[in-house]
Design a protein around this ligand. Structure first.
Ligand code: GDP
Ligand code: IMO
Ligand code: MG
Length: 428
């Protein structure tokens, strides 16, 4: 089974990093196809804890070739920081390949991300401030700088000049910031060229050839379905396609090559940043989920907003992504709750919606309609077979499965690599 896509089903931080790591030893390639260093994936291996941002989680598995594909926006300074950090801990990073078509995040993107957020005031998105949106905006506006531009100094200078022309007017006249010099940007970028040269390649061709040889490729999404720029809660989204379609355009591999779509979903819901979140909790149960689940962002350290499981979101994700398998994570966090509410539909001004309303205004006003399921008190972190779970945990999982639009093939019962119950082979 050569190609699988793994994405987040909710608003991110579902445990995609752990799920990728779990499959690591069976993979030849792990491909990051969207986003940039806005992602934060925590992987726990024994006593070691790793936080990955720009690099795909597969980099931690010896033998895997990690790939940063064309759909990613790359902050090169961050790339080297992260590589050096891993090397210092003994991780072999020498196989990394980066697409010649990936766009760059430079200092002016980071600056613009921060000043535009400040300007939005109450309408802020709550971005990670990493320059993601401005870099993708340049790509769409056709004034972006790509990896391959670094290898032709004249072209690079022309493109940086072109990009800064308008931006400096904006920075100085609107945002009251200093102008950014062409030379300082070009010189910084050129300083990376020698180290980048061996990594930068035609990754679409590389992956195509790997699939022709029947090698196993996992496309690992950053962010998640509800943060997708087309299918998420726009404008409270990231600036890339985090859904399974993004794996196609973001890597240059055709849709008929994909065999499986694995969606990672938490047994409850979290969100970082602004935007609608129907099941959000503002009471002690919200604090319970934050504390039990350690719900603090891996990238910005912000406290994550928390709420109950939302079945219409799961069904929406199943449809948009063509999910074949769900990995249900953090079931252990719900231990000790007497009755666990699950949103089965919404009420919008007296009208019942069984699916996510298409109008964003309706979604902002959606009140969850809950069903409650009996909880359990036993520690489940040692469970490895479905039958090891307490009867009520088993029925909670089965109830979620029945309302979520695809089968649940694995269940996370703790952060560690082996803390997982497998029901169906994710790559079989
Ligand atoms: P990602 O962005 O989707 O890779 O997820 P993050 O790494 O940002 O957040 C998920 C967090 O949950 C990490 O701290 C993981 O170590 C942790 N985690 C993953 N799966 C489980 C699980 O089944 N149980 C518990 N308790 N923690 C988990
Ligand atoms: P992983 O891959 C959770 C959120 C930000 C903000 C919005 C836009 O770890 O699941 P951006 O900086 O991308 O322009 O911010 O998207 N966001 C995430 N939330 N997990 C992530 O990544 C996220 N990446 C971006 O908080 O609301
Ligand atoms: Mg994360």
């Amino acid at each position: 089974m050569p190609a699988a896509v793994l994405i987040g089903a909710q608003w991110g931080d579902e445990g995609k990093g752990k799920a990728t790591d779990l499959l690591g030893s069976r993979l030849d390639y792990v491909v990051k196809f969207n986003g940039g260093n806005n992602a934060g994936h925590t992987v726990v291996i024994g006593d070691e804890k790793y936080a990955l941002h720009l690099l795909p989680s597969g980099i931690l598995t010896p033998g895997v070739t990690p790939v940063i594909a064309n759909g990613v926006v790359v902050d090169i300074e961050v790339l080297f920081e992260e590589l050096e950090g891993l090397e210092a801990r003994g991780v072999d990073v020498s196989k990394l390949k980066v697409s010649a078509n990936a766009h760059l995040i430079t200092q002016y993107h980071r600056t613009l991300d921060k000043v535009t957020e400040r300007f939005l005031g109450k309408r802020q998105i709550g971005t990670t401030g990493r320059g993601i949106g401005p870099s993708y905006a340049d790509k769409i506006n056709r004034v972006g700088i790509r990896m391959q531009d670094l290898f032709d100094e004249n072209i690079l200078r022309q493109k940086v000049e072109g990009a800064l022309d308008q931006k400096n007017h904006l920075l100085v006249k609107i945002y009251n910031r200093r102008a950014i010099g062409v030379d300082e940007v070009v010189d910084e970028l050129l300083s990376y060229v020698d180290r980048l040269r061996p990594m930068v390649t035609d990754t679409a061709l590389l992956l195509h050839e790997a699939l022709e040889r029947d090698e196993t490729v996992l496309f690992e999404g950053g962010q998640a379905t509800m943060l997708d720029v087309d299918h998420g809660t726009y404008p409270f989204v990231t600036s890339s396609n985090a859904t399974s379609g993004g794996a196609i355009t973001g890597s240059g591999i055709a849709p008929n090559k994909i065999d499986r779509v694995i969606a990672v979903i938490k047994a409850y819901t979290t969100r970082v940043g602004a935007g609608p979140f129907p099941t959000e909790l503002f009471d002690e149960w919200g604090d319970f989920l934050t504390q039990q689940g350690h719900e603090f962002g891996t990238t910005t350290g912000r406290k994550r907003r928390t709420g109950w499981y939302d079945a219409p979101i799961a069904r929406y994700s199943a449809r948009i992504n063509g999910v074949t398998d769900f990995v249900l994570t953090k079931l252990d966090v719900l231990t000790g709750i007497e009755r666990i509410p699950v949103a089965v539909a919404y009420d919008v001004d007296g009208q019942r919606f069984d699916e996510i309303p298409v109008s964003q205004s309706d979604f902002h006003h959606a009140k969850p309609i809950y069903e409650e399921f009996p909880g359990w008190t036993e520690d489940i972190s040692g469970a490895r077979e479905f039958s090891d779970l307490p009867a009520n945990a088993q029925s909670y999982v089965r109830e979620l499965e029945a309302m979520s639009g695809s089968r649940i093939s694995a269940i996370g019962v703790g952060p560690g690599r082996d803390e997982i119950v497998t029901l169906h082979d994710l790559l079989g």
